[in-house]
Ligand binder design. Structure first.
Ligand SMILES: *Cc1c(COP(=O)(O)O)cnc(C)c1O
Length: 470
């Protein structure tokens, strides 16, 4: 036993420490290791008698997902008020996304204060929180359909592409950036259809084969959790067989809203593991990308699920979205970052919120993104520190939030360039409409003034840009 071991066991001589060292503290903050456990779902009236084995069964979770306000009422009964139901009902009627919430996610919401709950905000819209959309908002704001050489494949960057394998998810996030395609048609939006159709897949594979520069394929949708195991293998094996394809990522919100599937859906898990293992033998990387947004979404069940992936050597990375009232403060983001690291999920990105119909209340300004970045960097290992990015509207791709050419906090316009994606072009992102001063909001509603503001921001960006080395 070495001296260090003795100190660690607390048996050795008193450790001399320099208490003024800046990392030293008598009361370390270890909240990220305190995960919610126990039978927390039993507080929900409809789940009061659901035993652990049943709650942790993915098919039970899927079958009991909340898909309507009536079902919500049936499940929560008298733990929330009539006003809340009416508010949610009116919220859903206006929403561009269909409703689907897993019992697990529902049980993690704080029903003593549902209006302010960060998980509720992501899945259950309240009409009373709704604010007008930004006048610059368009349905496919990222221009994914225009960057698609074949239907269902977005090829925007030189060496990587996004394969939309299906259009269904285990839950529907109300802020879905792909609300032009994902989920059922709603009163607000008729959707593009992305079926799990082999003929459609074959055209996509053909295109990828024809593009030798493509090394990296994101398999998304929709959500890879809902891909049939045979489809996971078909897509995984076909892509791994293409010599120039080097990296695959299966994208799924699943671990955040239904982690038990990774422990109970053996067929699906085995399909994923088989593709990962086969990739490893071919010296190709196959990983999972997921989407936790709040530390409350990480429980003991998530830890067990992530432990299993860790044991099987499956890398998981996280892509969160920065959302007002959900995670737009440094303490929450630091806790999320540390908690993800604790369960071996790499915090990869935090997205600035896309401009999506009906969710202006969730967006934050670019300034908030810049401030959060400053606070999070240094709180943990650099390789576990996420990049905060704006996916530039119009197809500029992801840009680090503070790399803007110009940012006018008054009009809320930030301007980005993307030399390796669309050289010579300028991309505009817009701060949330409801947070602008009343006279600026009025200017946005006026066609001519709106154009003047955009032209002024572009001119300022071009002037700045002229001084750049590159
Ligand atoms: C996000 C995205 C990718 C992957 O980008 P990374 O920055 O490597 O994660 C690829 N294609 C499209 C269209 C995307 O939106």
């Amino acid at each position: 036993m070495t001296v260090n071991d003795k100190v660690a066991e607390g048996k050795g001589q008193q450790l001399e420490v320099n208490k003024s060292a800046s990392g030293y503290t008598d009361k370390p903050d270890l909240r990220h290791r305190q995960l919610r456990g126990g039978e927390f779902w039993k507080k929900i009236p409809a789940y009061a008698n659901i035993p652990e084995e049943l709650f942790n069964d993915h098919s039970w979770q899927l079958k009991h997902s909340i898909t309507s306000v009536d079902k919500l009422l049936d499940t929560l009964r008298d733990i929330v008020s009539r006003e809340f139901y009416d508010d949610a009902k009116a919220g859903f009627a206006k929403a561009p996304m269909a409703v689907r919430v897993s019992p697990y996610a529902l049980a993690l919401m704080n029903w003593d204060d549902p209006c302010n709950d960060p998980i509720r905000r992501q899945f259950i819209p309240l009409a009373s929180h709704s604010t007008p959309d930004h006048p610059e908002l368009h349905l496919d704001t990222l221009n994914e359909q225009n960057d698609s050489p074949v239907f269902g494949l977005t090829h925007r960057y030189p060496d990587k592409a996004l394969f939309l394998a299906l259009d269904i998810c285990p839950v529907y996030c109300r802020y879905c950036t792909r609300s032009y395609a994902v989920g059922f048609d709603t009163e607000e939006v008729a959707k593009v259809k992305l079926a799990q159709d082999e003929k459609r897949y074959q055209r996509i594979f053909e295109y990828i084969r024809s593009q030798p520069q493509l090394e990296d394929i994101v398999i998304s949708g929709g959500d890879a959790y809902m891909l049939r195991p045979s489809r996971i293998r078909l897509i995984g094996d076909t892509l791994l067989d293409i010599p120039h394809v080097q990296r695959l990522r299966f994208a799924t919100k699943g671990p955040a809203i239904m982690p038990m599937k990774l422990l109970s859906d053996h067929e699906w898990y085995d399909a994923l593991r088989a593709v990962v293992d086969r990739g490893r033998k071919l010296h190709k990387e196959v990983v999972v990308h997921t989407h936790f947004s709040h530390p409350d979404e990480i429980t003991e069940i998530s830890k067990r699920a992530m432990d299993r992936l860790m044991e099987d050597g499956i890398t998981v990375r996280n892509q969160a979205v920065l959302q007002r009232g959900v995670n737009d403060d440094p303490a929450t983001m630091i806790l999320l970052t540390r908690r993800l690291s604790y369960i071996n999920v790499h915090p990869y990105y935090i997205y600035m919120h896309d401009l999506v119909k009906g969710v202006e209340d969730l967006r934050t300004s670019v300034q908030v993104g810049v401030d959060i970045e400053k606070a999070v960097r240094g709180a943990t290992a650099g390789f576990n520190t996420p990049n905060i990015v704006v996916d530039a509207p119009g197809g500029g791709g992801k840009r680090v939030v503070h790399s803007y050419e110009h940012y006018d906090r008054e009009t809320g316009i930030s301007v980005y360039t993307a030399p390796s994606v669309k050289a010579g072009r300028f991309f505009l992102y817009f701060d949330p409409f409801d947070q602008l001063a009343p006279d600026i909001q009025a200017a946005w509603r006026d066609e001519k003034k709106r154009n003047d503001m955009k032209q002024a921001a572009l001119a300022a960006a071009k002037k700045e840009n002229a001084h750049r080395v590159m």
